[in-house]
Design a protein around this ligand. Structure first.
Ligand SMILES: Nc1nc2c(ncn2[C@@H]2O[C@H](COP(=O)(O)OP(=O)(O)OP(=O)(O)O)[C@@H](O)[C@H]2O)c(=O)[nH]1
Ligand SMILES: [Mg+2]
Length: 334
């Protein structure tokens, strides 16, 4: 009998031990699952991405605090700027200028901000009102914020006492006309549209005639979002421009709408849209998110295209003239 009881105790103990072992193993494996993700999340700022862009100033100061006297600190500063979408060429020239000015005890993040601000200093502002009407052509990739920006610009102009006409030359996307019509109504602007699938150049031509007949001050032309890599679509844009010019229209601005979250692809976009449509300025949208829009520094440096406006939300009031100081301080986080 005593042996049987002893055996039972051993079995119960063994089962208990097994249970404890299984519990410990389960917890251990969960910790292992979680750990790499947590490490990735912590590492992300150093690799770029929204969190990285936010903390640029802190990372620059941190870099100089750790390795201030070392020769490769400048190369690392360049890396940090590239990760903030500034692009390798602009980063190298910015760092060159910061390096020249830097004296021990200086705040390197402030020097970066000052150089970024200087890059845009004296750039022209949005130009409307010279022609009869003055024409603003709005271009960009899909979903960058063209139609929303047009609504906001129209609202501003109407508030200033100008009469505005909108051309619905996005005849491609379903509901594009309705979207622009809604903005026209909100802003108090006129709309000229045709049926879906109509020729965008023909709509622009019609709209120009209508704007003239109504003695509108400004005509803003919405266009369909297009991939800058699709040559026929880029040619179509060039045609819209040609049609307007042939009809005697004065295009005061061709605005490329760039989404701040686009990253360095924005440079290629700026180059190809400029080749097709002669971009005169950039509207940097979605700056209300975590992205700081460092790509416009690359675009300004490489192509000399100024930033004219900044979109900071989805509302009709969420548009401001580009302020180089504010932009530079936000980018460098100072
Ligand atoms: N947060 C934020 N959202 C914006 C801003 N500008 C536009 N959006 C949003 O971006 C989305 C796309 O905007 P649209 O104006 O339709 O963009 P689009 O370039 O005309 O798009 P397509 O015509 O389809 O190429 C919408 O949800 C807008 O509300 C901005 O400055 N900030
Ligand atoms: Mg649109």
């Amino acid at each position: 009998m005593p042996t049987a009881v002893g055996l039972e105790i051993v079995v119960v103990l063994a089962l208990l031990a097994l249970l404890v072992a299984a519990f410990v193993a389960a917890r251990w494996s969960r910790r292992r699952e979680i750990r790499p993700t947590a490490r990735r999340a912590r590492r992300r700022p150093a690799r770029g991405g929204p969190a990285g862009r936010e903390a640029l100033g802190g990372r620059i100061r941190d870099l100089f605090a750790r390795r201030g006297g070392e020769p490769d600190v400048w190369r690392e500063l360049e890396d940090l700027l590239v990760r903030a979408d500034v692009g390798p060429v602009a980063a190298a020239s910015l760092v060159g200028r910061v390096r020249e000015r830097f004296a021990p005890g200086d705040d390197p993040a402030r020097l970066v901000a000052a150089e970024v601000e200087a890059l845009f200093a004296g750039d022209p502002r949005l130009r409307v009102g010279e022609g009869h009407p003055s024409i603003v052509l709005v271009v960009g990739v899909n979903g960058s914020g063209k139609t929303t920006t047009i609504g906001k610009i129209a609202h501003r102009l109407v508030r200033e006492g100008r009469t505005v006409c909108l051309a619905a030359s996005d005849t491609f996307r379903a509901a594009a006309v309705e979207q622009l019509a809604t903005w026209a109504e909100r802003a108090g602007a006129d709309l000229v549209a045709q049926q879906r699938g109509a020729d965008p150049g023909a709509v622009a031509f019609d709209a120009l005639q209508a704007a003239r007949a109504r003695r509108a001050d400004v005509l803003i032309v919405d266009t369909a979002g297009r991939l800058h890599t699709r040559t026929p679509l880029m040619d179509e844009l060039a045609k819209v421009r040609r049609v307007l010019e042939k009809a005697g229209g004065t295009i005061d601005e061709t605005l490329l709408v760039l989404d701040a979250t686009t990253g360095q692809n924005g440079i290629v976009q700026a180059r190809t849209f400029t080749e097709a449509a002669g971009v005169s300025g950039i509207v940097l949208t979605k700056l209300d998110g975590t992205a700081r829009g460092g790509v416009v520094v690359a675009v300004r440096e490489a192509l000399g295209i100024p930033v004219k406006l900044v979109g900071s939300g989805e509302g009709i009031e969420d548009l401001e003239p580009f302020d180089p100081e504010r932009f530079a301080r936000a980018l460098a986080d100072v």
